[in-house]
Design a protein around this ligand. Sequence first.
Ligand code: BG6
Length: 514
Amino acid sequence: MNASSSPTINPLKEGLSNRPLPRPCNVVIFGASGDLTYRKLVPALYNLQVDGDLPATTNITGFARRPKSDETFRSELGEALGKFSRSGRADDIWNDFSSRVHYHQSEFSNGEGYRLLAEKLDKLDAASGTAGNRLFYLSVGPSEFEGILGKLAEYGLNKTRDGSWARVIVEKPFGHDRSSAHDLNEKVSHVFAEEDTYRIDHYLGKETAQNIMVLRFANSIFEPLWNHRYIDHIQITAAEPMGVEARGPYYESSGALRDMCQNHLTQILCLIAMEPPTDLSADSVRDEKLKVVRALRKYTPEQVAANVIRAQYAAGAVSGKEVPAYRSEDRVSPNSETETYVAFRAFVDNWRWDGVPFYVRVGKRMPKHGTEIAIYFKDTPGVLFNAQQAGLGPNVLVLRIQPDEGISLRIQSKRPGAQLAIEPVKMDFHYKTSFGKPSPEAYERLLLDAMAGDATLFARRDEVDAAWTFIDCIEDAWHKSQNPPAMASYPAGSWGPKEADDLLASDGRAWRRL
Ligand code: BG6
């Protein structure tokens, strides 16, 4: 398929959501010396400028504890850009962009640092016409949130004047369970209104995740089949060859379920399972996603044991390279009981999805990198072509979130020749070949949306709360019940534990090979 060969380009494509334009503002990144700033945030802002999407006078101020001059900060960022920017670095654009990047050294708890920040932002407003608009990005651990929010309020940085706005973007993890997420939400809500609070889930910013709604609701052929009458089951996989790298302490307190399932994979599941929203406004879309999370069946500890597998990687080899067991990773307890892999069978208990299992699996140290959703359709009737015992195999629609973003549909076809032989073939759409240019990074879209005041791709408070309710019943069964299900093990570089294969085998199904 090739987009350029389509006869008309939909003129509505840019205005589908009636999105307001992003406004020039001061972006302030708390925790600016962290990895995220260098690898994701600044490359994203820079690439927005390359594509002409960044409002021209946007300023970026990095707020962090380490002493550093503007020049040092700029040169470090410039170096990182060479590695992490999808478009590389063009010196003329970088010079213009980096002249609007500043560094602000302060402890997060030091009031004077915020007073000086307010002064600095006022000056930047006056010099560059950013009109008092502020976007605060909390790229810090959750233990810092409260202190920073308190100081922002104390120094009036959350206040708006003359039509300006002040918004906050909060990075995950958003709480550790429902109760801590509730406390955190309360704290944020004392400083920023819900409509000014942007809880980031970078999966929602991925082009392919955004395309799920387009595939379902901008095409007429899928939606009539998108229910329990035609769909047998759904598989959602997020596999990473990486281990925990330098994030041992964080991961020890999180584990795969909290790290990937409470947020990213629940969001993906919602996009697949939701009803069509009445319009594309942030709240209409999020209302529908919320209904899905609320309809997720909550398991008793016995049901958790039967429906959820947790596992940890042992030593093994990934891409031919020996790698250590999770318990031997840097700053990980040698007796750790943290899961690096989860597989579960979930049910969305509503009319559309009655009885359809959603199998979800996520793991570190898998043989391959790949996130995908596979929709398995029901078999054709057992007469004619599907009469043999082995059967033809189902139609499978695969939405590849990453890498090699695209969509494929497995269909049956007659092999050419005098004999009647049937073989599965694939109809395949690749973003790369159809659109001929790389997709923007998730953070580009999300930062731009926050500047535009469009929260559609950010998690709302009630969504986060409902997702924790689902996750908490699993965590509680693992950590608080009398008879917790055992932790399984898998060699690094394998597709997970045998128990996860058994989970599907008990339903007469198998995981898809990526
Ligand atoms: C992060 C998790 O949110 O998502 C990481 O904390 C994980 O553990 C990452 O590796 C995966 O993101 P992506 O975009 O590489 O699939």
